[in-house]
Design a protein around this ligand. Structure first.
Ligand code: DON
Length: 558
């Protein structure tokens, strides 16, 4: 009685408390961002603070990275943006992958004797596919963002005008590509200083890129794909021996694709569908691993099983994966659990399976640069985006007057089906060059979801992207936080070459001994690889954490 008197509206209060609690639990306590450059992270936060959502922030970060991390992505490149919209849980992937020009053909990188011409698919205008990042910027902003495109692009335009400071990472990559950068007068003018790698602290200003970004901000898609900018891109390419036409640019189309989904012991995985091989290969590996009770095995057996699963999934990648608009990719079959049972049955617990004993002989090449960012906003919207121009500084070619550094994504095709490419690797029919086709990618922007919470992650690293995201996913599954996920020592097997590439510290001396005895060919990498960016929302604890790979110079918030 008394209680009822004191709290006449107790039922209502209880309901209100319940509502506040549940909406609190469903909405993150803060935003989380991790990108490969401090200025890009700051740009994303600025847009969120101005009332933008995660999609606005993703547009702003994409544009900012195009300016301040020019060696990794940019308006001349492509990428995949994996989206989750909180209000209706809608999920999609924006496929802004480059497309082969219409004049491209299967043998375009071969000489008269059918041999691959060194470097042709790596440097200069012939190496470049038609870019998709500008189309994705406009589409993402218009369809999913809340703020006007011009407002969201303003910080990147400003950064292009005022410049950014060269750091050690920039110097290393510019040094690696110095010769090719000097072949393109505009690339040399923008990215070098007195014909050489600029010193640390040198300010790189990009007024022409600012103007191109401005055309995009004011005219939208047409600002890049037709009119003055398109004309300059085509003329610049042609003058230097390229094959781009205005029709190539006019016909570029961004595609929204349904992400691939699967689960591993109750953890849901959402990742990139073809033309990425990432989601399919990762689910293939996890499906195989699910057949073994991994956490009950010794660490040697755990690592052995992971390697054997990688080997099998990468064989399938080489054989079956390519642009789904050109090649019938058997996605359903490849991520089917009973197919994984068949593959798992061929694994011996105490012995490596030599790759040549598996059917089929095709493989993947890898690049050396690219970028990834991860965002969760305060409403629970998520973006995982991996963007690329392929090699450091892409093709090293800038069409005069555009400020746009073109990609060398054509090298992700297999230049000569069935025969080793420039890297001693081979590729299949699924990924042969054809006009208007998208080259196969390994980029794997990914969401993980389980009782514990949600993880948003991804990384650059060529063909090793998939195995990096896989190892980080297993780490999250086992309770790892973002710092552990991005810092994890990595190992990789891609079917061919038949070797386990690993970072120092990935295996103990005892593990190296045991695994060598099982028949694994272990090869320690001379350098660390990857640049992972991860955000984790722990729904139970209602905490959000983010981390940038300690191997590079990214920045995360909080
Ligand atoms: O799309 C791909 O798979 C490659 N072009 C990515 C290149 C890459 O990650 C290079 N990174 N270090």
């Amino acid at each position: 009685m008394k209680l009822k008197y004191i709290f006449p509206g107790s039922g209502l209060l209880l309901l209100l408390l319940l509502f506040v609690h549940s909406s609190f639990a469903a909405t993150p306590p803060s935003v989380g961002i991790a990108t490969a450059h401090p200025l890009a992270t700051e740009t994303g936060l600025k847009i969120l603070n101005a009332g933008g959502n995660a999609f606005d922030a993703a547009v702003a970060i994409t544009a900012s990275l195009a300016v301040v991390e020019p060696m990794s992505s940019g308006l001349g490149g492509g990428g995949f943006w994996l989206l989750h919209r909180a209000k209706d849980k809608y999920e999609t992937m924006l496929d802004g992958r480059e497309k082969a020009p219409l004049a491209a053909h299967r043998d375009m990188y071969l000489d008269q004797d059918g041999n691959i011409i060194d470097g042709l698919s790596i440097s200069g205008p012939l190496a470049a596919g038609i870019p998709g990042i500008p189309a994705a910027i406009v589409h993402l902003s218009k369809k999913y963002g809340r703020l006007p495109l011009a407002q969201v692009l303003a910080p990147a335009i400003q950064q292009a005008k005022s410049g950014f400071a060269v750091d050690e990472r920039y110097r290393r990559m510019a040094g690696f590509r110095l010769k090719a950068l000097k072949q393109s007068p505009d690339a040399e003018k923008i990215f070098l200083y007195k014909g050489d790698v600029p010193p640390v602290g040198h300010i790189i200003k990009q007024p022409e890129l600012a103007a191109t970004l401005n055309a995009l901000a004011t005219q939208g898609h047409q600002g890049f794909y037709s009119g003055a900018v398109a004309k300059k891109l085509v003329e610049g390419s042609k003058t230097a021996g390229g094959i781009w036409t205005l029709k190539d640019l006019e016909e570029y189309n961004l595609v929204e694709r349904e992400p691939v989904k699967g689960n591993y012991n109750g953890m849901e995985i959402t990742s990139a569908p073809p033309p990425s091989s990432g989601g399919v290969a990762m689910l293939g590996i996890l499906n195989i691993l699910e057949k073994f009770d991994l956490n009950k095995q010794s660490t040697v057996t755990q690592k052995h099983l992971i390697i054997e699963a990688m080997r099998r999934a990468y064989r399938d990648r080489a054989q079956f994966l390519g642009d789904p608009d050109f090649f019938d990719v058997p996605v359903k079959q490849l991520i089917d659990k009973s197919y994984a049972s068949e593959l798992a049955a061929s694994i011996k617990l105490d012995k490596a399976t030599p790759s040549h004993t598996l059917p089929g002989v095709v493989n993947d090449e890898e690049g050396k640069d690219t970028t990834h960012f991860s965002i969760i906003d305060s409403e629970g919207n998520r973006v995982a985006a991996t963007l690329t121009i392929n090699y450091p500084f892409g093709s090293c070619f800038v069409p005069a007057g555009t400020g746009v550094l073109l990609n060398d994504e054509m090298d992700d095709f297999s230049s000569k089906p069935g025969t080793p490419n420039a890297y001693g690797l081979v590729g299949g029919k699924a990924n042969a060059i054809a006009p208007g086709k998208r080259p196969l990618s390994s980029m794997s922007p990914t969401f993980l979801e389980n009782d514990r919470g949600i993880a948003v992650l991804g990384t650059p690293g060529g063909s090793r992207i998939i195995t990096m995201v896989l190892l980080a996913s297993l780490n999250y599954f086992n309770g790892g936080n973002p710092t552990e996920m991005v810092g994890l020592k990595r190992f990789h097997h891609q079917y061919l070459p038949d070797e386990v590439q690993y970072e120092e510290g990935a295996f103990t001396e005892a593990e190296i001994k045991a695994m060598s005895a099982m028949g694994h060919h272990l090869k320690r990498m001379n350098r660390k690889y990857g640049n992972m960016q991860a955000v984790v929302l722990e729904t139970g604890k209602n905490t959000i954490e983010a981390a940038s790979d300690p191997r590079a110079a990214g920045k995360s918030y909080p």
